[in-house]
Write a protein that binds this ligand. Structure first.
Ligand code: LLP
Length: 460
């Protein structure tokens, strides 16, 4: 059971990214939490619960740490770029913060692309992924001169070529290749092994054929190779193996086909801690130096100069910068096989954080509205009509917890709001950004009226 919050709330040293809570989290003398300089009580009074809270300074700091780590690791070798993977959480405010920190923005749908564009991110600083992009998505990308248009298959390469021809332009494209690496992480989010839907296999020759095809296509210019091996990966070995495989393919293209490929993108997937029981993941500096070592070794081995290198972290920038506030409702205690277990129901659940039910993900929680006392074994559950609707499987929370108390669940910044649903017609919570003692909506809260507004029968 986890209850070491007060240690974790200490600010992390510069450059550290292994914290579970945002670095601005404090317990005030009153016992209440504050985040980004705003007491939780004020947040709840003004914005209600459930509520996603994003510590903007922490988001910006993590973006900076990644950018500096890549710059330093590749200093003598290559130019680098970091693209914030918007699928983890995207709105106009975070796209702007990422851009202000010198990051590009990686998107994977028309909606994400439109959001990055609405934020004013230049097309040349945006990426677009997807294994089944629509004509509309490809057209939007070409109209805005998207810098990283990542082509996933041969049929898509032909489609991009033909849409570019219709428009009389030449499309810059990267090719997504699969390296055969299985780096761990949940099966649903691993992406580089052979038997899954993404990318062009290096092993079966599809990647090499696509390189030749891209170079032969009249309205396409091949600018790079791309690899993404999966998500929430906590070891460097998979990244090293994937980088080696992609760089080998690139060197082969130069030496055997005479094809220059200026850039490689090693994708995202860098894991974070959700609870203090999770092992500490490698730091951005460690991940970056593994990639740089692979690039240096490839130059040494092949004599082909290093490419420009980019990466696309999402979770490790936004995950621990966010947390969710819930209000406690009903409480009961049952006799479980291994002793008493208290069930604490909160006013959200699997609709605002589907990760526990989808991936068996574990989170922790703390009492945020007053000082905690001696804890008992607790399971935090949501308000949905499913018994699997678990928010936190097991955590020690004060024995005197009562309806109306506020709980904070950390590290919900990534894949929380972005995967939220309206299951059971529950409106999705909004996101409030806190910074320097001020709080504001960056994504407004949905209401039941919003849900009814889409119902074609409403009012008829
Ligand atoms: N680049 C590409 C091509 C990706 O597919 C992804 C994630 C990323 C970058 C960013 O990965 P990150 O650094 O955030 O791990 N819903 C799952 C995660 C799905 C990740 C999908 N792709 C979860 O909640 O764990």
């Amino acid at each position: 059971m986890i209850n070491r919050l007060d240690i974790l709330a200490a600010p992390e040293p510069d450059g550290a990214t292994s914290g579970v809570w945002p670095t601005t989290l404090r317990r005030l003398d009153s016992g209440e939490f504050s985040v980004g300089g705003v007491p939780v009580g004020e947040l709840v009074a003004e914005f209600g619960t459930p509520l996603y809270v994003l510590d903007e300074a922490e988001f910006a700091r993590r973006a900076r740490v990644w950018k500096a780590a890549m710059g330093e690791a590749f200093a003598d070798l290559a130019e680098t770029d970091v693209y914030y993977a918007g699928k983890a959480f995207l709105c106009i405010a975070v796209a702007r913060t990422a851009a202000m920190e010198g990051l590009g923005v990686d998107t994977c749908t028309e909606g994400e692309l439109a959001t990055a564009l609405a934020a004013g991110v230049p097309g040349s600083r945006i990426g677009l992924h997807g294994n089944n992009k629509s004509r509309a998505e490809i057209s939007l990308a070409l109209d805005h001169g998207i810098g990283h248009l990542v082509v996933d298959s041969l049929p898509e390469l032909a489609l991009v070529d033909s849409i570019a021809a219709e428009r009389g332009v030449v499309a810059d494209v990267m090719l997504r290749v699969t390296t055969g690496v299985h780096a761990g992480g949940h099966e649903h989010i691993a992406t580089a092994h052979e038997d899954q839907k993404f990318g062009l296999s290096i092993a079966d020759g599809a990647a090499r054929r696509a390189v030749e095809r891209a170079v032969g296509a009249e309205h396409v210019r091949l600018t790079g190779l791309h690899s993404h091996i999966g998500s929430q990966i906590l070891a460097v070995a998979g990244f090293r193996a994937a980088a080696e495989a992609v760089l080998r393919l690139r060197a082969e293209a130069v030496r055997e086909l005479g094809i220059e490929i200026p850039e490689v993108d090693f994708g995202g997937g860098y894991g974070v801690r959700y609870t203090v029981l999770d092992s500490i993941p490698p730091s951005p500096a460690e991940f970056a130096s593994i990639l740089a070592e692979a690039a240096a070794a490839n130059v040494e081995e092949t004599g082909v100069p290093a490419p420009r290198v980019s990466i696309e972290p999402g979770r490790s920038i936004v995950g621990p910068a966010g947390m969710t506030l819930y209000t406690v409702g009903t409480i009961k205690t049952v006799e479980a096989e291994d002793g008493p277990r208290r069930y604490v129901s909160v006013d959200g659940g699997m609709s605002d954080n589907p990760r526990p039910i989808l991936y068996g993900a574990d989170y922790t929680a703390a009492l945020a509205s007053r000082a905690p006392s001696e804890g008992v074994r607790t399971r935090i559950v949501g308000k949905h009509c499913e018994s699997g609707d678990i928010v936190v499987r097991s955590v020690s929370l004060p024995a005197d917890l009562a309806a109306g108390d506020i709980l904070a669940v950390p590290a919900t910044g990534a894949y929380g709001r972005s995967m939220a649903s309206n299951y059971n017609h529950v409106p999705r919570p909004g996101v409030v950004a806190v910074r320097d003692g001020r709080a504001r909506w960056i994504v407004r809260r949905e209401t039941v009226a919003d849900i009814l507004a889409l119902d074609a029968g409403y009012g008829k």
